[in-house]
Design a protein around this ligand. Structure first.
Ligand code: PEP
Ligand code: MN
Length: 355
């Protein structure tokens, strides 16, 4: 048995897309029950209720989760509202307590996936469980590490697996809390199309405004579902307040999602993944062209300062030669590449002329 041939029928028990919703953290029994009640009353198709019981926080002395008492609240949510339940486990003690409390679905958080010792400990504690286990991407953009975590679980005979794409840390300021880096998730999906992939727009966005866009983008490329942090009073949440939404907003968001015809969704998903990769490459092409133009501008300045003619036929000859040779080596039509480079060269001359 390897990751390629896992059946992962667990997800077929749920509606498509599979929605997991609930607060970032369990805070009190009333917060949990109120959130669950309002999700139920919103009529949104949410089969699984999430809540963090143990919270990995960046700095010490903050709220680190309510601990095992929260497991009783998850049980109540299940009994009173019929949700299946899900929580994050980050060590063998968490696993033992969550299994004891019969939590239905467990996930490994992004800060745990990075650490092979932690993942191994969790996998061994989960040995042989039939419960679905979802693995969030590691905080760093390392596909092998993500796959390695799944291999560790499979090594302990945990076969109902899924992954959660929650974005990646970067030091740069961006509009995201964790940049999506779709390419890594899509490389995963292309390699393991049989392993369900869910998106976590909440931790990608870090705010409420981008959620719907990320959720839709994930559906467009064939993700099987999403986990969205939902809280009865988001502004008062003890963790991740800025990104949580009310059950009513969740219902609205879900109503506006475009779910594709399931008959052709396998094909659509593949198409979408290829298109996202193509867009990524196009962005890189544009970036490279812009870098090329900036260098060309410097050359333009040199030519101007030294009174040298802008058009240098020998240089153009060299470019055509290496471009057509490279085209040939890469299995592309030399004619096509020559056309592209003509356009680039013309633009370059325009730029130098305008100096
Ligand atoms: C969470 O789901 O609340 C959480 C801690 O997420 P992550 O592991 O993605 O940081
Ligand atoms: Mn959170």
């Amino acid at each position: 048995m390897n990751l390629q041939n896992l059946e992962n029928n667990w997800i077929k028990e749920f509606s498509n897309p599979l929605i997991i919703a609930g607060p970032c953290s369990a805070e009190s029994e009333s917060q949990m029950l109120e959130t669950a009640k309002r999700i139920k009353e919103s009529n949104a198709d949410v089969p699984i209720f999430r809540a963090g019981i143990w919270k990995p926080r960046t700095k010490p002395n903050g709220f680190e989760g309510v601990g095992v008492i929260g497991l009783n609240w998850l049980k109540k949510v299940k009994e009173e509202y019929g949700f299946k339940t899900a929580t994050e486990v980050a060590n063998a003690h968490h696993v033992a307590a969550a299994l004891e409390a019969d939590v239905d679905i467990l996930w490994i958080g992004a800060r745990s996936t990075v650490n092979p010792f932690t993942v191994q400990e969790i996998a061994e504690a989960l040995k042989g469980t039939d419960k679905p286990v979802l693995v969030k991407n590691p905080v760093n953009p390392d596909l092998a590490l993500w796959i390695g975590a799944l291999e560790r679980l499979l090594g302990q005979n945990v076969k109902n697996l899924g992954v959660l794409h929650r974005g990646f840390s970067t030091y740069q300021k961006t509009k995201y809390r964790n940049i999506p880096n779709w390419q890594i998730a899509l490389d995963f999906k292309n390699q393991f199309p049989n392993i369900p992939m869910l998106v976590d727009p909440s931790h990608i966005c870090g705010n409420r405004t981008g959620l719907a866009g990320i959720a839709q983008e994930a559906l467009n490329v064939g993700y099987e579902g999403m986990m969205i942090e939902t809280h009865c009073t988001p502004d008062e949440a003890w963790s991740d307040a800025a990104q949580q939404i009310t059950p009513e907003t969740l219902a609205d968001l879900m109503q506006n999602l475009q779910v594709r015809n399931s008959d052709i969704s396998a094909f659509d998903g593949e198409m979408g993944r290829h298109r996202t990769l193509i867009s990524d490459l196009d962005f890189q092409l544009i970036d490279l062209l812009s870098q090329r133009m900036k260098i060309s501008e410097k050359i333009g300045n040199l030519k101007k300062d030294n009174n040298i003619a802008i058009f240098q036929p020998e240089r153009w000859k060299v470019i055509t030669e290496y471009a057509t040779q490279k085209a040939d080596e890469s299995g592309m039509s030399a004619e096509f590449i020559e056309k592209v480079f003509k356009a680039i060269h013309e633009e370059s001359i325009e730029v130098q002329n305008s100096i």
